[in-house]
Design a protein around this ligand. Structure first.
Ligand SMILES: NC(=O)c1ccc[n+]([C@@H]2O[C@H](COP(=O)([O-])OP(=O)(O)OC[C@H]3O[C@@H](n4cnc5c(N)ncnc54)[C@H](OP(=O)(O)O)[C@@H]3O)[C@@H](O)[C@H]2O)c1
Length: 413
């Protein structure tokens, strides 16, 4: 017998037994809790951790097409599309304290891939919906919800949210408001990469106009956001990228310069004697280094720092550990720090700085000072091609899943 039926039968028995015997309320309540927990543990639609599952795959939230994985592994194998229909009445009349969101677009980021592979520190309870970032539109709110209204654009406020789906029902606390007068692609890609870039530029060193920042992985989405936010703040940037074929290299350098990069160089160039001249030409050594690669690339960044400078590691794309020259530690007193946007969000959930940051970034978007990375737009039905492309190196584009066909024509290039 399945657990839903078990639960209904128990309720039946419970009602009858209350009439038959006047047994103590306390013991029946305890029994109810025990049985509910038992059912919750075995029901596929409730799961053993209600709060966690609600965020991922509860009956409340798997209300539309979604990309689900039931086990960790290769995203190409474990990710499947499921279709559930959110009833019209639920769409227009959500439960009290709930918001109905129609997802519009969601990117495929490295962390999404790692989460499905089971190698990311956040492991959603399974089955889970893929995707951590994206923008949705509020379709309806429960009677007592005052923080959102129909038509608002929202971003998820926590990781493991499962943005690769068409609809969901969630709590207001799981959402953040974002301006709906900015381009869809900007909104869909704002919460993770530009916010990380913004925090790393603000929170580790007192950087002032004219100061120099060096980074690797500079063509990544975070790297491009760093270039643009730094340029808006009048900081100079040295941007390290991996070597590639000449026509691609020229095009990439041109693109990063058009975003505001001061210098764009290859990993090889950083090791050459000419690097000294390049730094000299900027008038200052870098105060801040941002590392998303690790290995030798991180070693070279650390070597370029000025005395007392800081290197912030926020990614490990090479899968190599961070190796730092002993001399930089001893004689230059450099600092090594780590950054994780998820932790910042958890620690600053109620901090007004969180909304201020989004507002400031939206303003940069409006002023055309912050562009999203180039994106390939794919309908959610064609997710397999998009995932395969996202896992290839040197694509220079972000894969973006579009949930509603009418947005497939969005282009900003
Ligand atoms: N800590 C945080 O809060 C946080 C927040 C956001 C992102 N991140 C991390 O930041 C990194 C970049 O994320 P993203 O979304 O901006 O990435 P993205 O747009 O997908 O770009 C990936 C970048 O990684 C480079 N790359 C790929 N494989 C590499 C390898 N084996 N060695 C060296 N470089 C390699 C790529 O260079 P090519 O073009 O040459 O392939 C490209 O620059 C990821 O590690 C991500 O997890 C961390």
């Amino acid at each position: 017998m399945n657990s839903k039926k078990q639960f209904i039968l128990w309720l039946f028995w419970y009602r009858k037994s209350v009439v038959r015997r006047s047994f103590k309320v306390t013991s029946s309540f305890k029994m109810f809790v025990k049985l509910f927990r038992k059912c919750a543990g075995s029901c596929s639609f409730i799961g053993d951790n209600i709060k966690q599952v609600f965020r991922n795959y509860s009956a409340e939230s798997h209300d539309g097409a979604g990309l689900i994985y039931k086990e960790y592994g290769d995203p190409m194998k474990v990710l499947k599309k499921v279709d559930h229909v959110l009833s019209k009445s639920t769409q227009s009349h959500p439960m009290e304290g709930r918001v109905i969101v129609k997802m519009l677009a969601a990117p495929i980021n490295p962390a999404d891939i790692n989460m499905i592979q089971g190698t990311y520190p956040v492991k959603p309870s399974l089955p889970a919906v893929g995707g951590n970032e994206g923008v949705g539109e509020v379709l309806a709110v429960g009677d007592d919800v005052t923080s959102f209204k129909e038509g608002d654009w929202v971003l998820p406020s926590s990781p493991g949210f499962g943005t690769w789906r068409t609809h969901m029902m969630c709590k207001p606390s799981q959402l953040k408001l974002v301006a709906n007068d900015i381009p869809l692609i900007s909104a869909a890609t704002l919460a993770v990469n530009p916010c990380s870039a913004y925090r790393m530029l603000k929170d580790f060193e007192h950087v002032v106009p004219g100061d120099v920042i060096i980074q690797n992985g500079s063509n990544s989405a975070v790297g491009q956001a760093v270039i643009q936010i730094a340029s808006a703040m009048k900081f100079k940037t040295i941007n390290v990228i991996r070597d590639r074929d000449q026509p691609d290299m020229d095009a990439l350098k041109k693109h990063l310069k058009s975003l505001g990069a001061t210098k764009v160089i290859t990993e090889d160039f950083v090791r050459k004697p000419e690097m000294k001249d390049l730094v000299k030409s900027l008038g200052k050594k870098p105060k801040l280094a941002l590392n998303c690669v690790g290995g030798k690339s991180a070693t070279e960044l650390a070597r370029q720092l000025e005395n007392n400078g800081t290197m912030v590691t926020y990614g490990g794309m090479s899968k190599q550990p961070v190796v730092v020259p002993t001399g930089s530690f001893i004689f230059k007193n450099i600092k090594l720090r780590g950054f994780w946007m998820t932790r910042w969000n958890q620690e600053n959930f109620k901090n007004p700085e969180s909304q201020d940051m989004l507002d400031e970034l939206c303003e940069l978007v409006r002023q055309c000072k912050l562009h999203p990375p180039f994106c390939n737009l794919s309908h959610i039905d064609n997710f397999q091609d998009a995932i395969a492309t996202a896992m290839k190196p040197q694509t220079n584009r972000k894969e973006l899943l579009i949930m509603d066909e009418k947005y497939l024509d969005w282009r900003y290039e």
